[in-house]
Design a protein around this ligand. Structure first.
Ligand SMILES: [Zn+2]
Length: 425
């Protein structure tokens, strides 16, 4: 009987091993492999996956594999275009080396009209071993500079370790809805590394903030190491479990392709890519892709530069949408390249000559690209409540947790209460 059982196991085991196996689209595929509704080249295509996309194989037929991809979508691809994921380790951040309980947590904090992001890396309790260091990283600080009015400050103080350092503070670009709130953050926490695009702003409030960061005369600076301008960024190291890259920042506007005035300042934004295992997070600052009235079919400004220089690094699991979801960003070629599962829009209720951000037309382009995309907003419910200004910073926080593989954990709040409504219908 035991012998028969062994034979049975041997017979069925190859099939068992073929199920639920991680695979990846081969690097030789150009530009993408079609996913079809059935195992036939005549079946309709429902998606096209670029090289490096990870999928789960759940079944097979001669010459075909059945896969689950994206947001639990199912389809078929020809066997020759995918290979076992173990054959292609993800560059710099291998999810198999991340413990299941090692969470990267990203807080997109509701500060009204502005960006305020707090990233926490997992802490393994062993200081200085080069991984899982429990770092806090802050990108921008929102529009409120005074401690008493800045909702970002008590948010971090109430949840962070008492007396904790901020390992890195990034100012995406020198606009007040990004750097004002960083003033109170830098007053209340020790900053190890300060990063700034180095745009030559002459805004007095920004210059005095920079002086406080750098220090003047007898006043020591608020940051230990200052990195102003891309050439001074060096290798960014938040621990070996993470791969952190600046995909773009201010490199001058010699040929005048980045616009002028506020457009040029937006287009100085640091664009940051953070990879944790299989998950990629993209932080866009206020980088633009077009003028408001341009057709979204064509990218210019920073989106054009990214598409030309780092197209293979744009695919992201979570996108912090550029420029508060403004119609001046998110062109179609850019959306197709990023193809996010989750979009986070940080915005409030501030009238820009009658326009409030995000622009609904912009968000709808993400829905058209992928009807299953999940869009979360820090202005959730603010229009209906007729909130304006500081009142719009009413606790619509988005918190995303990743252990580098599988599904992300998302907690979206409206006025501090869990919120689940989907934007795309
Ligand atoms: Zn902004």
């Amino acid at each position: 009987m035991a012998c028969i059982l062994t034979v049975c196991l041997l017979l069925i085991s190859p099939k068992l091993f073929a199920q639920n196996e991680p695979y990846v689209v081969r690097g030789t595929v150009t530009p993408c492999v079609n996913v079809r509704t059935d195992h036939s080249t005549n079946a309709p295509s429902i998606a096209c996956l670029v090289p490096g996309t990870r999928v789960m194989v759940v079944g097979s037929a001669p010459f075909w594999r059945e896969i689950v991809f994206g947001n639990n979508q199912r389809g078929w691809v020809a066997k020759k275009y995918i290979e076992p994921a173990t054959a292609v380790p993800i560059d710099g951040s291998d999810s198999s080396s991340i413990p299941l309980n090692a969470f990267l947590t990203i807080h997109y904090v509701d500060v009204g009209q502005g960006d305020a992001i707090w990233i926490q890396t997992h802490d393994d309790g062993i200081d200085g071993n080069g991984k899982f260091e429990g770092y806090s990283i802050v990108i921008d600080g929102g529009p409120y500079s005074a401690d008493a009015s800045n909702p970002f400050l008590p948010y971090i103080q109430s949840q962070g370790h008492r007396g904790a350092d901020i390992e890195a503070l990034f100012i995406s670009h020198p606009h007040t809805d990004h750097f004002y709130g960083a003033q109170s953050i830098s007053k209340n926490f020790r900053i190890n590394h300060y990063y700034d695009p180095g745009y030559p702003s002459d805004l007095p409030a920004y210059l005095s903030f920079l002086n406080a960061i750098k220090g003047t005369g007898s006043h020591p600076g608020r940051a230990q190491q200052i990195h102003i301008g891309e050439k001074n960024f060096g290798q960014i190291d938040w621990g070996s479990e993470l791969k952190v890259e600046v995909l773009y920042t201010w490199r001058g506007n010699a040929d005048n392709t980045l616009g002028s005035g506020n457009t040029e300042i937006n287009n100085s934004s640091i664009v940051l890519r953070v990879q944790y295992g299989d998950h990629v997070f993209l932080f866009m600052g206020d980088a633009e892709g077009k003028d408001r009235d341009d057709n979204p079919a064509t990218a210019k400004f920073v989106e054009k530069i990214l598409l030309e220089t780092v197209p293979h690094k744009l695919k992201a699991t979570v996108l912090k949408i550029a420029h508060h979801g403004s119609e001046t960003s998110s062109t179609l070629p850019f959306i197709q390249a990023v193809d996010p599962d989750i979009v986070v829009a940080q915005s409030g209720r501030k009238s820009f000559r009658g326009t409030y951000l995000p622009d609904i037309t912009t968000l709808q382009r993400y829905c058209t690209n992928n009807p299953n995309v999940r869009i979360y907003r820090t202005d959730q419910g603010d229009a209906a409540a007729r909130y304006t200004g500081r009142a719009a910073a009413d606790g619509d926080h988005i918190v995303i947790r990743s252990n580098g593989a599988g599904q992300l954990q998302v907690q979206a709040l409206q006025g501090g209460v869990p919120f689940t409504e989907k934007f795309c219908r």
